[in-house]
Design a protein around this ligand. Structure first.
Ligand code: GLN
Length: 474
């Protein structure tokens, strides 16, 4: 039953009583237990079955909502009340949140079923899910390769049919890049459209929660369920979202810099070009554009992001919550130093050091101050281009999934995985990765990016594209 099961298909099966939420949930849990992908850090069998029973009751009482009874997986960086939330870090190994993130409250209000929490790079820092304290997740398309990251557990769980759909978080590409490497849809909404309340912060000015799904239609359903104003997130939008534009005549820009960049794999370029041909059949028109500042985005990101990381991770001090060496340290300073040294992984430490350095007195102007200005320039550049076109299309990631271990000792190579996704987060705009033709059996993704707040058009275009390639499996 769970093979290729989409939200839409599951909903039909539930409403026509071909199956029950309890049956779907049992099926998913048994698949998770049998799986060797290491996609989950925690499975909540008891909670999921209780939620499924409540969902079946709601369906019986004709109170079904779009996600009632649908088995979902949640990246383990989103707080779930009473359910262990680790951020794949030893520092939160035993952390049980006392509250639900706003997105979780919204899912629970619809009687969705939360199967468990998925693996990630520690605190969402990475592009391969190898930086996890709980081992690497494997790519369902080739188990010798990474699923991408940092939402690799969610992407593998969806692509490996261990759940119907999942939530991830995206700070510089962590939804879109794993979606691309696993052959599914991954959507990063406009900054402020989905509440970040209860998301364990990585870099607060860039983080967004979003869906990873088997179809574009599902991405739309899940986004609609989790988005909306939230007074608990000060960056949440009060204004209602902009209406979708018609797809017919939509102007799609192809950035010359993206297609001509050195690191872009030739086979990936060809697949994306075929994707663009399919896109044209939806009625949109394409033209070349220039985004000359975007090659600098990665450098800007690796200044701004670590500064926010260093600040956000300062709360993990061995005193307030999480793991602690308290009983073994003599002074407060000792507790801080020993706890953080022992429980943070190498990548978290690298970014804390980098962020502290570039924002310290004497270096602030040269690095952080400059990066803020460059971020503004990148934003302006997108605004200029969006006067000429409605959507920007290009590759999501320069290569297909790489081998486990291939880049883990070379952080700079790893950082390059996000060269096309990072500019989008700096500008706060919406963007989706859609699957295009695989290369030697390895999935490839095409990224569609829209104007600030134009989430609806991007999702509709993805749906039109999916219909065109015959990809809508229900
Ligand atoms: N891979 C990028 C990084 O390591 C993006 C991570 C993310 O989006 N959370 O920072």
């Amino acid at each position: 039953m769970s093979k290729g099961l989409t939200i839409n298909k599951a909903r039909d099966a539930l409403r026509s009583r071909k199956t029950s939420a309890v049956e779907l949930t049992r099926d998913s849990i048994s698949n998770i237990k049998k799986s060797d992908l290491n996609a989950f850090v925690t499975v909540d069998e008891k909670g999921a079955l209780a939620a499924a029973a409540a969902a079946d009751q709601a369906i019986k009482n004709s109170h079904a909502q779009p996600l009632t009874g649908i088995p979902l997986a949640i990246k383990d960086v989103v707080s779930t009340k009473g359910l262990r939330t680790t951020a794949s870090s030893k520092i939160l190994d035993n952390y049980i949140p006392p509250f639900d993130a706003t997105v979780i409250e919204k899912l629970k209000a619809q009687n969705a079923v939360i199967l468990g929490k998925t693996n990630l790079d520690e605190f969402a820092m990475g592009s391969s899910t190898e930086n996890s304290a709980y081992g690497s997740t494997l790519n369902p398309a080739d188990k010798g390769r990474v699923p991408g990251g940092s939402s690799g557990g969610s992407a593998a769980a969806v692509a490996g049919d261990l759940c119907v759909a999942a939530l991830g978080s995206d700070t510089g590409g962590s939804i879109r890049q794993p979606a691309s490497l696993c052959g599914i849809y991954g959507f990063k909404p406009t900054y402020g459209r989905v509440s970040r309340n209860g998301l364990l912060a990585m870099a607060s000015s860039l983080d967004q929660i979003g869906p990873l799904t088997k179809t574009a239609v599902d991405a739309k359903i899940l986004f609609e369920a989790i988005s909306g104003y939230d007074e608990l997130d000060s960056t949440s939008h009060k204004k209602p979202p902009v209406k979708a534009r018609p797809i017919e005549g939509l102007r799609v820009g192809l950035p010359i810099e993206y297609f001509e960049s050195d690191g872009l794999d030739n086979s990936v370029r060809r697949s994306v070009e075929k994707g663009i041909d399919a896109l044209k059949k939806t009625g949109c028109v394409v033209k070349e554009i220039n985004l000359p500042a975007s090659p600098f985005a990665l450098a800007v990101y690796y200044i701004i992001m670590p500064v926010e990381v260093a600040s956000n991770l300062s709360r993990f001090d061995g005193i307030k919550y999480g793991s602690s060496v308290m009983g073994y340290a003599k002074t407060l300073q000792d507790v801080y130093v020993k706890t953080r040294s022992k429980y943070f992984g190498a990548e978290a430490k690298r970014r804390i050091v980098l962020g502290t350095y570039v924002s310290s007195a004497g270096y602030y102007d040269a690095y952080y101050g400059q990066a803020q200005k460059a971020r503004e320039a990148i934003k302006k550049e997108f605004e200029r281009v969006f006067r000429e076109v409605d959507v920007i299309a290009g590759p999501t990631s320069p290569t297909p999934a790489f081998k486990l271990g291939e880049k883990v000792n070379d952080p700079l190579q790893m950082y390059l995985s996000d060269i096309y996704t990072v500019p989008v987060n700096l500008a706060g705009i919406p963007s989706i990765s859609v699957p295009v033709e695989p290369v030697d059996g390895l999935p490839v993704g095409m990224q569609l990016t829209g104007r600030f707040d134009d989430d609806a058009t991007i999702l509709d275009l993805a749906v039109a594209y999916e219909n065109n390639i015959g990809g809508n499996r229900g």
